[in-house]
Design a protein around this ligand. Structure first.
Ligand SMILES: [Zn+2]
Length: 98
């Protein structure tokens, strides 16, 4: 890349040659070779290899958040369990389980 700028050749040369410094698509082609296309901005894959995909939705996505362990959910569960324990204790005191 140390040829003079603004020559016809430098202005028309293929932008993504072997020495292109940007991020390449990380996919493997059906030939088993690496995909040479540039990755989409902010992504690791090109358009042909899922770069535009937003990924699987819902529980199959590794970052799925179900809310089962939020502070609120844990507190609610603890309160409910404590209430049940209290009721069981009262019922035992009344001799309901003999
Ligand atoms: Zn690709």
């Amino acid at each position: 890349m140390d040829e003079p700028a603004n020559t016809l050749r430098s202005l028309t040369r293929w932008h993504f040659g072997a020495d292109w410094p940007g991020r390449r698509c990380g996919a493997k082609t059906r030939r088993g070779t690496a995909c040479l296309k540039p990755a989409l901005r902010g992504r690791n894959r090109c358009q042909l290899h899922g770069g535009k995909s937003t990924g699987v939705k819902g529980e199959r996505n590794g970052n799925h958040r179900h809310g089962r362990y939020t502070k609120e959910a844990i507190a609610n569960r603890r309160a409910a369990n404590a209430r049940v324990r209290g009721l069981v204790r009262e019922a035992q005191a009344l001799g309901m389980f003999d």
